[in-house]
Ligand binder design. Structure first.
Ligand code: NAD
Length: 260
């Protein structure tokens, strides 16, 4: 049990990567918070974890909404007394050539990925500092934190931005033993990616099969998708690492698509 009794908030954990991270943390003894926009799905995920013997609660939270984020974290602290791990994972994708993005779409992308990371971190940090136990802040970056792809200007911009935020938190949090790191997955077949396959096929004028083989997996070493379990293992490493030796880093889990 690598996370026995640790209190972990995972945003965007009613689906995909976040759901698997919450499940992995629960298996390792953590008390997990399913914080998501999709309230019924968050409740169902938390109920499923409780049914398997874990401690889990759902919190309704739009990560771009300051009041909801503050209220959600306060609810967790009231129920369980603190926060040890934050995984800022909630995210969406919108694909267009840059000149076709509306300002509203651009702002939405930056709000979810960057405002969400800032607001959730700001709400959790004081509790990590106060507890004396330290803590772990984990941002869900992407290969797109290091690499660009066509059609993804705001996503690439936001995911690069998370690296700077994590490095700053690593420096500010060190004296309180709060670490900050970024996970950078390659393509994982979640609803976020399933939606993108037909959209990219249309934008690029190629078949869906070619989007998978010639766009998404083209530069991997073996033509394989990364899995939610692969990403959850890295999230477990960052959450359970015992010292400040591992902070301010990004770890790319992408079948070699991007090599640092
Ligand atoms: P997903 O669509 O399966 O899950 C995303 C979750 O985030 C959903 O439950 C959704 O309700 C929630 N969400 C969206 N907006 C929110 C908001 N404003 N507030 C709270 N919750 C919100 O997607 P996923 O693939 O699991 O993506 C999770 C994270 O992983 C994202 O940050 C994404 O950018 C990142 N990522 C995904 C891939 C991939 O290939 N799937 C690769 C690299 C990085």
């Amino acid at each position: 049990m690598k996370l026995q009794d640790k209190i972990a908030i995972v945003t965007g954990s009613a689906s995909g990567i976040g759901k698997e991270i919450a499940t992995t943390y629960a298996r390792e003894g953590a008390k997990v918070v399913i914080a998501d926009l999709m309230q019924p799905a968050a409740e169902a995920t938390a109920a499923g974890l409780r049914a398997s013997g874990a401690q889990a609660m759902a919190v309704a939270m739009d990560v771009t909404n300051e009041d909801q984020v503050n209220a959600g974290v306060a609810e967790v602290v009231k129920a369980w007394g603190g926060v040890d791990v934050l995984v800022s994972n909630a995210g969406v994708q919108i694909v267009h050539p840059l000149e076709e993005f509306t300002l509203a779409e651009w702002k939405k992308m930056l709000a979810i990925h960057l405002d969400g990371a800032f607001l959730t971190t700001r709400a959790c940090l004081p509790h990590m500092y106060k507890s004396g136990r330290g803590g772990s802040i984990i941002f869900m970056g992407s290969v797109h934190s290091h690499e660009a792809s066509v059609l993804k200007a705001p996503y690439v911009t936001a995911k690069h931005g998370l690296l700077g935020l994590a490095k700053t938190i690593a420096k500010e949090g060190a004296k309180h033993n709060v670490r900050a790191n970024v996970i950078c997955p390659g393509f994982v077949r979640t609803p976020l990616v399933e939606k993108q396959i037909p959209e990219q096929a249309k934008e690029l004028g190629i078949s869906e099969d070619d989007v998978v083989k010639k766009v998404m997996l083209k530069d991997t070493v073996d033509g394989e998708f990364t899995t939610v379990q692969d990403v959850a293992e890295v999230a477990l490493l960052f959450a359970s690492f015992p010292s400040n030796a591992l902070t301010g880093q990004s770890l790319v889990v992408s079948h070699g698509w991007f090599m640092q």
